[in-house]
Design a protein around this ligand. Sequence first.
Ligand code: NAP
Length: 367
Amino acid sequence: MTLPIFLLHNGSSALSSSAAPEKASRHLVYIKANSTSCLTVRSEKLRVKLLTHGQNRIEEMAAAEIPSVKLMDGTSIPVLGLGTWKSKPGEVKAAVEAAISAGYRHIDCSPVYENEAEVGDAIAAKIKDGTVTREKLYIVSKLWQTYHEPDDVEAGLKVTLKDLQVEYLDLYLMHFPIGFKQQSGHTSARDANNQIITTDRDYVDTWKAMEKLVEKKLVRSIGVSNFNEKQIDRILENCTIKPVTNQVECHPYFNQKSLSDHCANKGIILTAYSPFASPDRSWASPDEPKLLEDPALVAVAKKYNKTVANILLRYQIERGHITIPKSVSPDRITQNKHIFDFKMEPSDISHIEKLNRPDGRVVLMSL
Ligand code: NAP
């Protein structure tokens, strides 16, 4: 059954079967009542508050505000997710819970962030309190470099599944195209001399082992991270299952134009990590240019009556990217979601493209 409802100017709403309220705006939202009398919203734009009974309606509505995009394997991914790198134990549980309550469904994780168990506690708590079901969440994690040997790949995933307290992942990424020799266990790669030893295992072999995880239904989709164009092409030439995304650093100081075009031509959607240029990374220098304070972006933000953070995220969406900003602040988590109610003019996008810098990359891997 599909029911139209009117959204009132004051944010409340009424089913249209009641007398159409005088002050109803022209916005009409269609809601579908399913067999469990829970309501799902088809509109991805509007925040509505239902007057009818049933649990979790408001959270389901909020979730509907973050659109999803179809990946080449036929699955869908919410275009905005919550990043969790540097989110400290003691903070990350509250952050993930706040994000899920605010309507985020996509959570980006990795065992090397050393907080997956706490992320798992947050996921379990939000499923338990009825805010979401596992099926409504989109959980991403990554194969760390100490698990690149094909025989180790499933073991690496199993640690993540246990920590996240889930039976399967929606998306599993190869974190980097290089393997590390495992030292004292799990993600640890430094030997007694504090050295990291890389392995010569071909990432194509590792990819083939990841494909088996899809066959075993332990993960729904697989992708890569920090891959360049040549590495993407080698995977495509040798794979049975194509990577659905390449998760890489991307923001106006390092806009990845060529890689983004290359991926798009192959049907691979780029996921932009560090969309704010990762200002809380430990090696940030006080003298470096600060993306969130860039005068050109401040001017664009003023024009649209948005924050610079909103502009940086909307910039990714307009380019057809997925993006995963990190925050542990409930206010910022909510603010970062308010990017689907405006569109930037092409001239503003071109203006932002010009901020690209040769030294713009901030997430560098040093061994
Ligand atoms: P980021 O998202 O660019 O920036 C995070 C920083 O921005 C934090 O200091 C956060 O502070 C602040 N922030 C968040 N929202 C804000 C807002 N509205 N206004 C002002 N400041 C705001 O950095 P990132 O953590 O490097 O990247 C995001 C995610 O991408 C990571 O967490 C991780 O999940 C993923 N990632 C993946 C890789 C990879 O190799 N695949 C590498 C790096 C990152 P508060 O927390 O205090 O709000």
